[in-house]
Design a protein. Structure first.
Lengths: 387, 199
């Protein structure tokens, strides 16, 4: 009797043990083998415009950093790898989705117009384009206060940790990336670069640096170390800002420490537009989200699908509707003026988000692509193709 | 300009676009801080009629809203209009997301819109949606085609009366991360030799 009971208990325990082993195995395998194909990831990802910066962002995520932490680390890296594109002297816009609250917010830390600027600045547009070189075009940099605000609201790792990988990159024998070298050798950019103060950084004598050439940048490394340890106020109200203002004053800049001190990022709700099964969240004016929303909302109404692309005539039809929509969108760009500085534009972008305007535009799109520019509100020769 | 898309393990996401505006910004360098300065005020030129400056040139209202038609002088504290569109698309029912944005000045919106259209509606996977050559419409209503854009479609559009013109260079670059159920896909644009990373 007792033997029979013992055998039953053993069998039950064995069964439980086996079941537990199967569950553990399934959990382990699900974490290591995503059934999503070789190009997919199972957990998280970072897409920056260089491998080294995507890798830095991923490392931050793997250290339990938040997506905002990873983004800041990847951007700091990009300012070193692709300095032709962005950096601490620029501005940034974040769109952030918090899965816990379900909210999507925008932090706009794009540069602002300084208190003192050339009175007839915009009279110089035609001569200045396309490069726009010269201190008169400098806006108050917002990059670092943008990072700080994003980190304050959504950061998980210590601030300094986000800068360490890039500081190590700079201190460890940083070299010129092929993309940067391509820009340095560009025939349009090269003469202006050579005549500018950037020559000391990116030229070896009269020759622009080539891919894999050493790019010593100790001043930036020291700046990153200072910001990492002391925080961004050292730039906006402290000695780094003072040095920056003094340096660029020698090139005619009127930027002041007061301009830096006054800079504040703007935190707002993202624009929200339903697009069939999806909802699009994007940044409001003066950023371009309203125009993107308008374009996609108009296109959504044409119900394009894989089938639309199956035959040549269908492909032409899809792109014809796209072109026509882009023309109408171009005619609406005036709505992107900064509503805080121009109260008349307060609600100018609202129409772009609604179905009424989208429907009206769809009705005006036919098979012809030769309508007058006035058809699209493009009659005036507005704009200089910037943005 | 540069864009970063991030999707975290818990499903939170960030799309961030950063810029000093045109390549190397104002080409003004602060040697003691190592910082390169932006030329963002150049974007204010967008609101001025070509060939004139701050002199207003009123135009009558258009039929879909009424353009103000003025070239306002800059206001201290103002931010210039931007094509930057760091965006997040969420399909709550299917647990899908697309975190996307791009670089390339006025090409940003065209490039991002076409990547979204191709991914969401036309059956492209994320990599193909970003790699596909784009078209752009300039402020004169002319179509500009990225090199390798389908000749067949170009001819078809010409037959429909679309004017086309050459653009000297295309700097459009898109980065995106998508979540489709349990799978995460990430693509950095090969136009800038980018490469995404994940785990």
């Amino acid at each position: 009797m007792a033997r029979g009971y013992g055998a039953t208990v053993s069998l039950v325990l064995l069964g439980l043990g086996l079941a537990l082993a199967v569950i553990v195995l399934a959990v382990v395998l699900s974490r290591h083998q995503a059934p999503c194909g070789p190009q997919a990831f199972a957990h998280a990802a970072v897409a920056a415009d260089s491998k080294v910066c995507s890798d830095i962002g991923r490392a931050i995520l793997q250290q339990q950093g938040s997506p905002v932490d990873a983004t800041i680390a990847a951007l700091v890296c990009t300012s070193v790898v692709n300095p032709q594109s962005m950096g601490l002297g620029g501005g940034v816009i974040f769109t952030i989705y918090n899965v816990t609250t379900g909210k999507v917010e925008v932090i706009n830390a794009r540069e602002t117009v300084p208190a003192s600027h050339a009175p007839s600045l915009l009279d110089q547009c035609a001569q200045a384009l396309p490069l726009g070189t010269g201190a008169q075009w400098i806006g108050v940099p917002g990059e670092l206060r943008g990072y700080a605000e994003a980190h304050r609201r959504h950061g998980r790792l210590p601030w300094a940790q986000l800068f360490q990988p890039t500081i190590a990159l700079l201190r460890g024998g940083h070299v010129v990336a092929p993309v940067l070298s391509r820009f340095l050798h560009n025939s349009i950019l090269r003469p202006s670069l050579q005549a500018s103060t950037l020559r000391q950084l990116f030229f070896n004598g009269t020759e622009p640096l080539r891919p894999q050439d050493p790019l010593p940048w100790p001043a930036l490394a020291t700046t990153l170390e200072t910001v990492a340890t002391e925080g961004v106020e050292v730039f906006y109200t402290g000695r780094l800002g003072q040095m920056l203002v003094e340096d660029i004053a020698k090139e005619g800049s009127q930027l002041t420490l007061q301009d830096l001190a006054k800079f504040q990022p703007e935190v707002v709700d993202a624009l929200e537009v339903p697009l069939g099964d999806y909802t699009l969240y994007s940044p409001p004016p003066p950023a371009g989200g309203a125009i993107l929303s308008f374009i996609l909302n108009v296109l959504r109404g044409f119900n394009f699908s894989t089938e639309s692309m199956a035959r040549p005539e269908g492909r032409v039809n899809v792109y014809h509707h796209l072109v026509e929509t882009l023309k109408f969108a171009k005619g609406q760009r005036w709505r992107l003026g900064d509503p805080r500085s121009h109260p008349k534009l307060q609600n100018a972008s609202r129409d772009l988000l609604g179905e009424t305007l989208a429907q009206l535009i769809r009705q005006q799109i036919d098979g012809r692509g030769d309508h007058q520019l006035s058809h699209y509100s493009l009659a005036e020769a507005w704009g200089h193709g910037t943005g | 300009t540069s864009h970063v898309s991030v999707l975290g393990e818990d499903g939170s996401a960030v799309a961030a676009t950063s810029t000093i505006n045109t390549p190397f910004g104002a080409m003004v360098y602060s040697p003691r801080t190592g910082i390169i300065l932006n030329n963002e005020l150049l974007d204010l030129c967008e609101r001025c009629p070509r060939g004139s400056g701050t002199t207003p040139s009123p135009v009558s209202g258009d039929r879909v809203g009424g353009a103000p038609g003025r070239c306002w002088p800059p206001v201290p504290g103002e931010r210039s209009p931007s094509s930057m569109v760091p965006s997040i698309l969420i399909n709550k029912a299917q647990g899908s997301k697309l975190v996307i944005g791009g670089a390339g000045g006025e090409l940003i919106i065209s490039a991002v819109a076409q990547a979204i259209m191709s991914k969401l509606w036309l059956g492209f996977d994320l990599r193909a949606a970003i790699a596909a050559p784009i078209l752009h419409v300039n402020s004169k209503g002319c179509v500009e085609y990225e090199p390798n854009f389908s000749q067949e479609v170009q001819r078809g559009l010409q037959d429909r009366g679309q004017n086309q013109t050459q653009r000297p260079f295309f700097l459009n670059v898109v980065q995106a991360v998508s979540q489709e159920g349990a799978c995460v896909y990430a693509v950095s644009d090969l136009r800038k030799s980018g490469e995404a990373a994940g785990y």
